[in-house]
Design a binder for this molecule. Sequence first.
Ligand code: NAD
Ligand code: AKB
Length: 315
Amino acid sequence: MKRILIVGAGGQIGSELTRTLRDIYGNDNVVCSDLRPLKGEIYERGPIERIDSTQIMQIAEAVKKYNIDTIYNLAAILSATAELNPMLGWNVGIGSLVNCLEVARLFGCAVFTPSSIGSFGPTTPRDNTPQDTIQRPTTIYGVTKVTGELLSDYYYTRFGVDTRSVRFPGLISNLTLPGGGTTDYAVEIYYSAVKGEKFVCPLKKGTFMDMMYMPDALKAMVDIMEADPTKLIHRNSFNVTAMSFDPEIIFNAIKKYVPTFEMVYEPEPIKQAIADSWPNSLDDSCARKEWGWNPVYDLDKMTVDMLDCLKKKLL
Ligand code: NAD
Ligand code: AKB
């Protein structure tokens, strides 16, 4: 049975990953931690620690105290927010990663750290972006993600630390709101539709990006850490995707079920520039071949579930 520490468990992914990992591995075997206080049923089912992941001793003490063998490192500042404070983006993203890797080296832990479509840039092939290709991002978020991929591979080849990662697209979910990314609009649009509000879209029509529904993302994070290491040719990091759309396509997918729904475009320059530098769609064939990646949700199936869950939550 794994003994897991989640770092940065309070966010969009961590709030759901805590529940998933506790369902699989048992409440007491999954320690959740964050800089901010963690409150609520999901967190209180098992051990909670307050950890600032830029402080290596705080991670090391928790790993020792709970006999941890696997770290899920989720602490980061997402793309749009990081662009407003690049040093914070670097210090949290890289500080947390280096500390997790060093503690993992000393205590023999495996480490999962998500990369992102943000690790690509304007010179990357935009359509069907290959697994191994140009990675010259123009955002500080992307710089931290490429650095993170390289560092994670370095710790694997140099020290044998079992590091694994996926390049997530925009994640869509209904439990915890996203934390300042460029793809957040694809979550917020569902909240507007359910609340009966007109949606103000921060990106232009025709801005395509990859996306994924949270249940598939949770499955990816479990499956890659359970994968047979002898089958992994790549490690840090695998392209994974489930769908690609622009604002018009997701708007029409929602309008099919909420006929009165309205949207206007008011592009935000920072978000638009970031989105324009990212791929339109990824080729995730290596993940499919090496560890059986196979998402369940397409746009329509996700839309039905999102609207249903948000109606129960908000109305
Ligand atoms: P989020 O912003 O919702 O959550 C991040 C969490 O990290 C927050 O709870 C925050 O309090 C915590 N944190 C910040 N500084 C910290 C520190 N010093 N010590 C401890 N905790 C700290 O982000 P998320 O969406 O859950 O993303 C998690 C990871 O997944 C990040 O690496 C992100 O880049 C990556 N990712 C997310 C998406 C997405 O669409 N959500 C897509 C691609 C990659
Ligand atoms: C962001 O938009 O910053 C994230 C991501 C795709 O990495 N959602």
